[in-house]
Design a protein around this ligand. Structure first.
Ligand SMILES: [Zn+2]
Length: 239
């Protein structure tokens, strides 16, 4: 099951934003380092020139290319060691001038081994959560956090079953509803006094379905009726 396209665009935008932030963050760290240790700026320029010389050599491929390449690489290595020493001596981290990523696995590209990275999937699910109007509840409400101890194990004479046993059956029905979701057009109606877990269970179901790629909208009855009214009457006025 795939999410709607808008969610993918939103996640792509998020990655662009993260990458912009990473670059700005590196640039700020670089400026601070150059200001404190001007020699590091010179070393960076030299490393860059050595890199260009290596490319030039490869293009021209002179007879002594191998030796000259090795010499340039040694020079680059020595510069990098000097750079690292200077950073540490001046109280910076060894990786102070490296890009820092939120996800080291995909380097904030969202792609790893030609597949969406785990962080991409997580962001997609989070976006779907936000879109459902349920993001706050979805953070801490799930079947795993459902607290059965809130339900009495004493048999209710009116129903011949304990609330504890009844809620276990209801949860089983909810889980079956999720399993059968794309194979049936049945609905679930929770009916009962407040505080019995109706909203909690709705959220658990929404969370599982969102994780599977379905779009979920959470609205109060009032909101749904208002939307229908808007759709039916406001559109009629415009026509
Ligand atoms: Zn990643």
């Amino acid at each position: 099951m795939a999410y709607e396209r808008a969610l993918y665009f939103a996640v792509e935008n998020e990655y662009e934003e993260i990458r912009r932030h990473n670059e700005a963050d590196l640039e700020a760290r670089r400026s601070a380092v150059y200001e404190t240790v001007p020699e590091i700026r010179e070393i960076d320029n030299e490393i860059h020139s050595a890199g260009l010389s290596i490319v030039n050599l490869a293009v021209q491929s002179p007879a002594d290319m191998k030796q000259r390449l090795a010499a340039l690489r040694d020079h680059q290595k020595a510069l990098q060691i000097r750079r690292k020493t200077l950073l540490l001596e001046n109280g910076f981290d060894a990786d102070e001038l490296s890009m820092r990523y939120m996800c080291e696995l995909c380097k904030d590209t969202g792609v790893r081994d030609h597949k969406p990275c785990e962080c991409y999937q997580r962001r997609l699910v989070m976006k779907a959560f936000e879109k459902s109007n349920l993001s706050q509840q979805l953070r801490n409400q799930s079947f795993k956090t459902f607290d059965y101890s809130l339900y009495s194990q004493e048999v209710d004479p009116q129903f011949g079953v304990s609330p504890y046993r009844a809620i276990q059956n209801i949860v089983a029905v909810c889980k079956q509803f999720i399993t059968d979701f794309d194979r049936t057009d049945k609905n679930l109606l929770f009916w009962g006094e407040s505080g019995l877990g109706k909203t909690f269970l709705s959220t658990c179901i929404a969370k599982e379905l969102i994780k599977q790629g379905y779009s979920v909208i959470y609205e109060t009855t009032y909101q749904i009726v208002s939307r229908l009214e808007d759709y039916k009457f406001k559109r009629g006025d415009d026509a």
